[in-house]
Design a protein around this ligand. Structure first.
Ligand SMILES: [Fe+2]
Length: 294
């Protein structure tokens, strides 16, 4: 039975500025605001899933959880067993957490830097229900998952062991630029996690991939109109070939909004080490921020 995680399913953050996402998500990124529940959580959609980003109102501002998807109940059970066998104890979700995440089953545990990871299967969805918040060709999700996370970690080798042995990821490639970065995949997306060796642990950015380059261009125009800081100009990364810009958010981390990423073939990838982070562009305009784990 496969224990392979199929991708990043959802991301949860906690923020005192949750309400600002109601405008930011749809207007800047083209997300859809999901129907509001009584729990006050701002839920944002990028496809037919119930939601992909959940912003929980509250303090302190922080990275709350990353949800990793398993394809079905049997794979979920096997993946939980692998995590336990690797010496990481898991806790089962409460009924309230399952209702919040809109999933059938979920367990959670912490990584060596204190990030909360969740394994789940069976997220609610509704066919042909996604309507972008502004004219938009849509987001690349499906077998690629939601996108990728770039996280600051204290020790790259500890992180490598965690993702390979506990979560079953594979290394795509590495980068020795200003920082040492490890790129990890679990599906055709070039990487679902970029682990950056840094003094502080935290979430640097969530990368979302638009179907059209124009969707990224329009985001830059909307940032200007709404006074949203652009952290880095349009540029292209040498390894995943993504053309992207980095945008500030209401909650202390960035969105890398990209287009044109290349895929990997899991099991056939050859690891290389890049010496530069960008082929062109990505000029820093305003300092990036970092969302610590709660
Ligand atoms: Fe990235």
């Amino acid at each position: 039975m496969s224990t392979q995680i199929t991708g990043l399913g959802y991301l949860g953050i906690q923020s005192p500025h949750a309400a600002r996402w109601k405008e930011y998500g749809p207007r800047v990124l083209g997300m859809q605001l999901a129907e509001e529940g009584e729990d006050g959580i701002v839920r944002l959609r990028v496809d037919d899933r119930a939601h992909r980003l959940a912003v929980h109102p509250g303090e302190p501002e922080g990275h709350a959880y990353a949800g990793w998807e398993l394809p079905h109940a049997e794979a979920f059970a096997d993946a939980v067993e692998r995590v336990e066998k690797a010496g990481v104890s898991t806790s089962a979700a409460t009924a309230a957490e399952l209702a919040q995440r809109r999933v059938r089953a979920m367990v959670h545990f912490r990584d060596p830097d204190g990030f909360r990871h969740e394994l789940f299967y069976g997220q609610e969805g509704k066919a042909l229900s996604f309507h972008p918040g502004r004219p938009h060709r849509g987001f690349v999700t499906g077998e690629h998952g939601l996108g990728h996370l770039a996280v600051g970690v204290r020790d790259l080798e500890t992180t490598r062991r965690f993702y390979l042995e506990v979560l079953g990821f594979s290394v795509t490639d590495e980068m020795d630029a200003h920082f040492r970065i490890l790129f990890l995949h679990t599906n055709p997306r070039h990487h679902s996690v970029a682990a950056v060796e840094a003094p502080n642990a935290g979430l640097f950015h969530l990368m979302l991939q638009a179907r059209g380059l124009d969707d990224v261009g329009f985001a830059l125009d909307h940032c200007e109109a709404l006074g949203v800081p652009v952290r880095r100009t349009l540029g292209r990364h040498p390894n995943d070939r993504t053309v992207s810009c980095y945008l500030g958010t209401p909650s202390g981390f960035d969105i890398e909004f990209g287009w044109g990423s290349i895929d990997v073939v899991p099991g056939e990838n050859v690891t290389t080490v890049e010496k530069t982070a960008s082929m062109w562009g990505h000029k820093q305009l305003t300092p990036s921020s970092c969302l610590p784990p709660i």
